[in-house]
Ligand binder design. Structure first.
Ligand code: ADE
Ligand code: ZN
Length: 341
């Protein structure tokens, strides 16, 4: 397959995005525009100089810049514009379902009310459902570098909006902040009806994936790369069909792997893991869904069957109803059948 054929196949696949931090979709151009209208000075004098700073050696170096960028978001319209920009972008990439993370504490700790954040995000998601036919779920992430007590306060603030929130996640600095630190707040979140996911095994060890499964009782693992260090864990993940939401361009940008050719996704598919591909923080890592599929497929020489499997897996791993999942999976199969003629 040459690169233009590969790009065109990927463009046409109906796709589901299950691992996307809305704050990580904040493109520099929009950041400057919102900073300007909110009278906030950025540390960089142009879009180009900001983009030059996007060179990371690890997760923490990225997070420092990511949290700084989010500081220009103040008003409901800012959160709406951020979310709408992401949704229109991925609509053009034929993404038909999204499960979006937001980090309330990044904003509430700066004095921005929870309701301001969620009103803006929710309004954009609803507009996309109506106008772009994109279905969605919304996931509130607890920041793991903060305390469990702070996560409990966030849980409390979310309750008036619980009909708008489908699940909770766990993100931010992984090393030294194991899932076990959040066992009680995850249990409490489940008691309010939230579904559970957690980032684990991105930089942290396989032991953190065990903890996320056994102590937090998550239904999906975000990243999970390090499961391959532990054969018993792989067996568990395969037997229980636990999805791993992988983010290849993120892994290269944060040096979780040294180069795309080393990405474990093909190995994971071979082992029978329900692996999926997503974009994590596309504005920072060089690409959205299509670019993640393309760079991975190119580096690993993925076959059309593997691309189809990845696309099906994402719907399988989603929180859509069984009937809607089936409909999307049938469309993916039809698409590949037609494209191989
Ligand atoms: N927050 C945003 N992106 C993240 C990532 N890749 N890992 C942990 N926390 C994050
Ligand atoms: Zn992530």
């Amino acid at each position: 397959m040459d690169s233009s054929e590969l790009k065109s196949i990927i463009q046409g696949i109906p796709k589901a995005e299950l691992h996307l931090h809305i704050e990580g979709s904040f493109e520099p151009e929009l950041m400057f525009e919102i900073a300007h209208r909110n009278n906030i000075a950025l540390d960089y004098d142009s879009v180009e100089s900001l983009k030059k700073a996007y060179q990371f050696n690890n997760l923490q170096e990225f997070l420092d810049i990511y949290y700084t960028g989010a500081q220009v978001l103040l008003h409901e319209k800012d959160f709406f514009d951020l979310t709408w920009a992401y949704l229109t972008k991925v609509h053009r990439q034929n993404v038909v379902h999204v499960e979006v993370f937001f980090d309330p504490q990044t904003h509430t700790d700066r004095g921005v009310a929870f309701e301001v954040v969620i009103n803006g995000i929710h309004r954009a998601l609803e507009k996309a459902k109506e106008e772009l036919n994109i279905s969605y779920q919304l996931i509130m992430s607890y920041l793991r570098h903060l305390s469990e007590e702070a996560a409990f306060e966030t849980l409390e603030s979310s309750l008036p909006f619980k009909d708008w929130i489908d699940g909770v996640g766990l993100d931010s600095s992984e090393m030294g902040n194991p899932p076990s630190k959040f066992a009680k707040v995850f249990q409490a979140s489940a008691s309010h009806g939230y579904k559970l996911v957690a980032h684990a095994g991105e930089e942290g060890p396989a032991a953190y994936i065990w903890e996320a499964l056994d102590l937090l009782k998550v239904v999906r693992i975000d990243h999970g790369n390090r499961c391959l260090d532990d054969a018993a864990l792989v067996q568990r993940i395969v037997e229980q069909n636990i999805p791993l939401t992988l983010c290849p361009l993120s892994n290269v940008a944060l040096k979780v792997i040294q180069k795309m050719e080393e990405h474990p996704v093909a190995k994971m598919l071979d082992k029978g893991i329900l692996a999926t591909i997503h974009s994590d923080d596309p504005a920072y890592f060089g690409g959205y869904m299509n670019e993640n599929y393309y760079e991975t497929a190119k580096a690993l020489n993925l076959t059309k069957d593997q691309l189809m499997q990845l696309s099906i897996n994402a719907f399988e791993a989603s929180w859509l109803s069984p009937e809607v999942k089936e409909k999307h999976i049938a469309q993916v199969k039809d698409y590949f059948r037609a494209s191989s003629k």
